[in-house]
Ligand binder design. Sequence first.
Ligand SMILES: Nc1nc2c(ncn2[C@@H]2O[C@H](COP(=O)(O)OP(=O)(O)OP(=O)(O)O)[C@@H](O)[C@H]2O)c(=O)[nH]1
Ligand SMILES: [Mg+2]
Length: 436
Amino acid sequence: MAENKPGFLSRLFGRKEAEVAPQAGGEPEAMPSPPATAADDLTAAPPSVTTASPDTPEENKTAPELAGADLQPVEGLTPEGTSPQGPLPEILTDVGPQLRPDIAAADIPVSEPAPAEVVPPAPAQPAPTQGWWQRLTEGMRRTSTSLSDSVTGLFTKRKLDAATLEELEDALIQADLGVPTALRITEAISAGRYNKEISPQEVKTILASEVEKALSPVAQPLTIDRSKKPFVILMIGVNGAGKTTTIGKLSQKFRQQGLKVMLAAGDTFRAAAIEQLKVWGERVGAPVLAREQGADAAGLAYDALQEAKANGTDVLLIDTAGRLQNKAGLMAELEKIVRVIRKFDESAPHATLLVLDATVGQNAVSQVELFQKAAGVTGLVMTKLDGTARGGILVALAAKFGLPVHFIGVGEGVEDLEPFTAGDFAKAIAGLEAAP
Ligand SMILES: Nc1nc2c(ncn2[C@@H]2O[C@H](COP(=O)(O)OP(=O)(O)OP(=O)(O)O)[C@@H](O)[C@H]2O)c(=O)[nH]1
Ligand SMILES: [Mg+2]
């Protein structure tokens, strides 16, 4: 392993799990009811469009500062009322020339070459102190240590017998890998080795290889279809899963690929949520379409689509309010958002990303089931793999649903989200010290 940098480690371990655990993992908590809105009322007051001011030195902010719920309004964000039909002001100018070298343009594939129009790159961000492999392995340390400790304890100078296999199976199930995968792994380990000694390292290698097999089919990049303009991404998930932060991180990647990005503050429940998205918009250089707190989220999404189309936006990311999967009324509201988006463009949303917080463990299963029903999930993003020993849940979800996993997050920083790759994740979870 490469040497650990103190800054990162203190960031990683200086936080208790409770601080990053969402409300969703525990007892369901009531969301405020959405304000009464006329069904499908798309003629409400025009939204405000907040544009990023290139003069504001936001690049010195850190993600935790940006992600907090009690964000203060940011100087330089000047809401300007515009007609939904009117073009957005051209604000994508005067940006820093420097891009992060480790985010290749290939991170998020696009289906055809970028058009001739030149979109300036995103503002420069502070260079990350570590490469992705190191952030991934450090982030997943709690999951891998827990598995690794079990494996080492079980297989050090011990023959492979039924009792050992059973204990291993229990450890794998406890690590949230799911029963079918746990069984497959123990079968693979026992094959031809029964009654023989097997080293912990061998077990870890087989574990990694089986996990990789289970994950390979779902490790699919998010492809931006450039024939859809805008390509609409709807972000959904329970409270605190990481939707807004993920929108910020993804926007940064899209902007660095030269794509013109727009954000829609569809979480109209909390004023702080709208501010949080505005700060991200400011930071990455993307206009944010927002309305006052309590406005109809579906109407706002519709207006955002109209604006984005008029403005030649490549990717429109729509934030939504966190909602618990067992709250029927709120799930119905999500259905309405999707319905209204489809009124504008039958093929939209082109990606509906369910953001899952790894710390909730098995609760993620019912989240996938119910959000799938309400909004038709097209892909998953798993966040907070750094805050839990339950990272194995991703393997269980892959086996159960087969939904594409596009990205994983291992921290709050803008650089802590990367496209999901089965091999790296498998090695990280098994605690193998392989270079990527
Ligand atoms: N440790 C860690 N924290 C994360 C990660 N992703 C997001 N967070 C943090 O989780 C908290 C909640 O993130 P948000 O993006 O506000 O979550 P949300 O889903 O938009 O929440 P609601 O708007 O309340 O529904 C923030 O403090 C984020 O910084 C991650 O990968 N690791
Ligand atoms: Mg949010």
